[in-house]
Design a protein around this ligand. Structure first.
Ligand code: NAD
Length: 286
């Protein structure tokens, strides 16, 4: 397929704004769509915040006005039809609600040119859950970013059995062009690569502490000393925020639900949500 030049991002929330900004920062013309003028006002605010975040994190070029230039390459729109009218790639980052996504893909399938590629940033849905709604399963796949895309710059690329290999390769190349490290995932896998590793790891740590085998700080210590890793699993809980792992565990089996209850009673109910609340498994002096 031909190269990707024009990109539209659907949803300008946490991830959508970051994806739009990072793509524009890399020199692409970007249209960012959201459902209302209010949402676009929030997006303007979020994008201004990203200019500052890139400066604070010393991203190359940020101090020389590259963020401001990136912003000038982003067109905000609340009109889906015109937002996707000449897009080569549409990256969808709307809320993680199956029916909302399927409904959006149905509309998108009718409005976008036949050759436009669609990519979902969904964290927990498989592209197979959405592909028939797109009307173009051969031009649809997942392109999964991590929060703080400029820093945690992996982009997991995962198609379905129907995805055209040329489309897959084009999206892998595009991910590299916007400063991501593309991680091709060759078969569909819930959780992609990162969360397939991380979720069982975090659960195992919780099981050790909740079962009374070792204290959280000692679990972290043995992991850091024994493997040379910079942080242990409970430090990771604090970085992620305890609500997300709690939500995942509370939808799991009986064992997972016990761990969810342990997290809730001992930490979440006490306002210990992680770094964002100043306290989690560690205190952060806020
Ligand atoms: P968010 O709630 O911050 O943002 C969602 C945005 O979508 C909002 O601006 C909302 O107004 C907009 N929206 C709602 N309905 C819409 C529609 N029909 N069309 C277009 N826009 C619509 O959500 P988020 O955290 O950015 O997550 C978005 C997607 O990215 C989800 O699929 C999530 O799984 C995935 N994701 C999130 C993270 C994360 O850390 N937050 C990381 C990786 C992937």
């Amino acid at each position: 397929m031909s190269v990707i030049e024009k990109v539209t991002v659907l949803g300008t929330g946490v991830l959508g704004a970051q994806i739009a900004f990072q793509t524009a920062y890399s020199g692409f013309e970007v249209t960012a769509y959201d459902i209302s003028e209010e949402a676009l006002d929030r997006a303007r605010h979020t994008l201004d915040g990203l200019i500052q975040a890139y400066k604070a994190d010393d991203v190359a070029g940020a101090a020389d006005g590259k963020g401001e230039q990136a912003l000038s390459r982003i067109t905000l729109s609340a009109d889906l039809g015109s937002a996707v009218a000449d897009a080569d790639l549409v990256i969808e980052a709307i809320p993680e609600v199956l029916e909302l996504k399927r409904d959006t893909y149905r509309k998108l399938g009718e409005l976008a040119p036949a050759e436009t590629v669609f990519a979902t940033n969904s964290s927990t849905l498989l592209p197979s859950d959405l592909k028939d709604a797109t009307g173009r399963p051969d031009r649809f796949l997942a392109l999964h970013f991590a929060n703080k895309v400029w820093q945690y710059n992996t982009a997991e690329v995962m198609g379905t059995a129907d995805t055209d290999p040329a489309v897959f390769d084009a999206v892998v190349s595009f991910a590299g062009e916007i400063g991501m490290v593309p991680i091709p995932v060759h078969k569909e896998k819930a959780g992609y690569v990162l969360n397939s590793l991380l979720v069982p790891f975090l659960n195992a740590a919780a099981a050790l502490a909740a079962g009374g085998y070792a204290d959280p700080h000692d679990v972290d210590k043995v992991w850091r000393i024994g493997t040379g890793a910079p942080v242990g699993p409970f430090q990771m809980y604090d970085i992620i925020g305890l609500n997300t792992p709690y939500n995942i565990l509370s939808h799991g089996d009986a064992e997972a639900q016990k761990l969810a209850a342990w997290l809730k009673e001992n930490y979440i109910d006490k306002g210990k949500l992680g770094i964002s609340s100043g306290q989690g498994f560690y205190s952060y002096g806020k």
